[in-house]
Design a protein around this ligand. Structure first.
Ligand code: C5P
Length: 241
């Protein structure tokens, strides 16, 4: 079977400030989404990429991708574009619905992680091929993390509930890799209401599917806030040096 990558890119990027949809913000002069597509397409195992565009932006995203063709190193990777939904979870579900052919391994990769190294993509795909139904790249956390009480109004001091032991916490990244049938079933049985899941493996966990972590990579960080753009530009400049 084939390995496909679904790239949710339908977020508005509110935390990044005003402007174009986050996935189309430039990084080194090239839209973030283009970096993300190139990063996963470089993986030898990947032959199909499904980009999930903003609900009203599929045509614009198609145009941007056509203006930035894949390098020869991407081989014959096919790139399709579909419209996304209101939440990340909905966007991923729409991407899964667009899979064609004999795909049996699916990776889900945030457009907002444009600098993921190809080695991370390959490692996740290989772990799924080796038999793990759900694989997540992760790193230890640098900061101590506190849990707070829910429902505290914004601006008020937040009461602390407890402090999980830091050595047992991991920050998870993408691409998260899955056996296709497992991920499709996880999305079908996920609750539709609310903000949606922030992470696909979380849906698999709810079904009792074992999820394993493999080492993530510092450069697979998510571009969320303005400072992340500064860091991303610096990483790109270092690569080009
Ligand atoms: O909001 P968050 O940082 O978790 O977004 C992670 C990824 O999910 C981003 O690449 C974003 O474009 C995507 N997303 C989406 N559809 C939404 C919300 C977010 O595809 N409705």
């Amino acid at each position: 079977g084939r390995t496909a990558v679904v790239i949710p890119a339908a977020g508005r990027g509110v935390r990044l400030g005003r402007g174009a949809p986050k996935a189309l913000r430039p990084l080194g002069g090239v839209p973030m989404l283009v970096h993300a597509v190139r990063a996963v397409a470089r993986a030898r195992t990947v032959s199909l990429v499904v980009v999930v565009a903003p609900p009203d932006g599929a045509a614009a995203v198609r145009t941007v991708l056509d203006e930035h063709p894949l390098p020869d190193s991407a081989g014959a990777t096919e790139v399709v574009v579909v419209p996304g939904g209101e939440t990340r979870q909905e966007s991923v579900a729409r991407g899964l619905a667009a899979l064609t052919g004999d795909v049996d391994v699916v990776l889900v990769h945030d457009a907002a992680r444009p600098l993921v190294p190809v080695e991370t993509v390959e490692a996740v795909a290989a772990a799924v091929r080796a038999g793990a139904p759900a694989v997540v790249p992760a790193l230890p956390v640098a900061d101590t993390v506190k849990r707070i009480a829910p429902g505290v109004p914004a601006g008020e001091p937040e009461p602390v509930v407890d402090t999980p032991e830091r050595s047992l916490l991991r920050a998870v990244q993408t691409p998260q890799g899955f056996d296709r049938a497992t991920l499709v079933k996880a999305h079908e049985s996920a609750p539709r209401e609310g903000e949606g899941a922030t992470d696909d493996a979380g849906l698999a966990e709810r079904m009792g599917v074992p999820v394993v972590l493999v080492p993530g990579h510092e450069e697979a960080f998510k571009v969320t806030r303005p400072l992340d753009l500064v860091l991303a530009e610096a990483v790109l400049a270092r690569r080009r040096a």
